[in-house]
Design a protein. Structure first.
Length: 473
């Protein structure tokens, strides 16, 4: 304001004023470009094959309610193998186990089940049979249901010692060093995630934005640090993730993450920063906000998006299987642009529908998956989201992270793949970009869209769809 007042005083001629305003505007524009570039590249840059970005959260799972009813071991093994094969068929490279869903590897349950690792063994065997890599969630109590098992998110005295014993025993069983390993272990587990969604535990509900005294940032940090030390005492080569933050896109979750990372020792305890991004917006703006915020706070740590998805049906008129596939494609493009090392879509398949066509609401994510199942005994049917996921794995096969570069797209985002191809999307029906492409097709259905040269750039009639551009040199 002081500068503006100064400029309005004195005998400035109109031409001088226009020139100065132009210079100031140009400077601000350049600053914005620098800021965007910093956000897109991030402090940490992944290495190696880009195809390793693809994961599925809980790809191999079996509901506890059905397990309680009784299931034969050979039947359960066959069901888990079918899920693993379906995950592999769409090109997934990773899956993530869960302390609530499956294999339910928590200290509380381990002690209640006579210190048995049988379920975790069964899960990991199925994971490794199809060549998937595993991220194993571990913690004191079952993930999002911790409040059902303890009134305080604190471990003290004997409980603390018993928990550390559990963590060391689990890591030792699955580290592949030949000492007390699981029979039939094909390769060691290297990635361990400590619990899940601490910010959600703290508020108690997605609809609440008020902090409680349960699972505060300080309490959660203490559990993460304790668990990380136990993990690395059993396997010094292991890599540790914090439990994924549920809603960094909201101010509540963003503040929780900032406070968590400020706790002394937390950043040193983890190797990878884990976050989630769920939404039902018309575009992928919530995902981008999450990734931007996390990269600003990551301080050189790799970032993994360990849960993300959108529904294929719901109250909003724009929700559809095709819209879900579009958001999946945009999420992957955003992840590449922001240097996100892994993306885990939630989850493999939608639960079956009941008689009369009404969907059985096993969870709040009843239509978020890559496949669907019409009935319990019916085969899995791939959805548009699953086809798009598979197509992206095919496109990115053979691409290295060193070849990935963000590119400017009018009202959108894109990445160069380094081989004369680009993945882009825009919120404008027709957009311009500076890449030398000559062809464009939609990721959803492979349909060709119009593209033409104009003013040294190309103009693409993309109709607000994620695209693959080709034809460059």
């Amino acid at each position: 304001m002081a500068i503006n007042n100064h400029l309005t005083r004195g005998c400035w001629c109109p031409v001088t004023r226009i020139a100065l305003v132009t210079v100031l505007a140009l400077g601000l524009w350049c600053q914005c470009l620098v800021a965007v570039a910093q956000q897109l590249t991030g402090a940490y840059r992944p290495r190696g094959p880009v195809i390793e970005v693809f994961g599925i959260n809980e790809a191999i799972s079996f509901p506890e309610k059905f397990e309680r009813r009784g299931v034969k071991l050979e039947v359960l093994r066959r069901l888990l193998d079918q899920q693993g094969q379906a995950a592999a068929q769409v090109g997934a490279r990773w899956t993530r186990g869960h302390t609530v869903a499956f294999p339910r590897l928590s200290w509380d349950r381990w002690e209640r089940e006579a210190r048995s690792f049988a379920r975790a063994d069964l899960w990991l065997q199925a994971v490794q049979r199809v060549g998937l890599e595993a991220v194993v969630m571990i913690g004191p109590w079952p993930g999002n249901k911790s409040r059902d098992f303890t009134s305080r998110y604190v471990l003290q005295g004997d409980a603390r010692e018993r928990y550390v014993e559990f963590v060391r025993a689990a890591v030792e069983r699955y580290d592949g060093d030949g000492l007390n390993d699981m029979p039939g272990l094909l390769r060691g587990v290297r990635f361990w995630e400590v619990d899940n969604e601490p910010d959600l535990k703290n508020s108690g509900s997605p609809r609440v934005s008020k902090r409680s005294n349960f699972c505060t940032p300080e309490q959660f940090a203490e559990i993460v640090i304790l668990t990380a030390r136990a993990i690395k005492s059993a396997d010094p080569g292991a890599r540790v993730l914090n439990g994924g933050l549920y809603r960094v896109t909201k101010e509540f979750g963003y503040r929780y993450l900032r406070d968590l990372l400020a706790v002394p020792g937390l950043l040193a305890a983890i190797d990878i920063l884990s976050v989630h991004a769920y939404h039902t917006g018309r575009d992928a703006g919530a995902v981008e906000l999450t990734l931007r915020r996390v990269q600003e706070l990551a301080r050189g740590k790799p970032v993994w998006l360990t849960e993300t998805s959108v529904p294929a049906a719901g109250k909003e008129s724009f929700l559809s299987p095709e819209w879900q596939a579009e958001i999946l494609a945009r999420t992957v493009i955003l992840a590449l642009a922001y240097g996100i090392e892994r993306v885990f879509w939630h989850t493999l398949y939608d639960p079956p529908t009941e008689k009369g066509g009404e969907r059985k609401q096993i969870s709040a994510f009843a239509t978020n998956s890559l496949y669907r199942k019409a009935a319990r005994q019916a085969p899995l049917e791939i959805k548009p989201a699953g086809k798009t996921y598979r197509k992206l794995t095919q496109i990115l096969k053979g691409i290295d992270w060193r070849d990935i570069r963000p590119i400017k797209v009018d009202r959108g985002i894109g990445v160069a793949l380094g081989d004369g191809r680009w993945l882009v999307y825009s919120d404008s029906s027709t957009f311009r970009t500076g890449v030398p492409a000559s062809q464009a097709q939609t990721l959803l259905d492979g349909r060709e869209v119009a593209i033409r040269q104009r003013g040294g750039k190309i103009e693409v009639n993309g109709q607000r769809q994620a695209l693959l551009l080709t034809g460059g040199s």
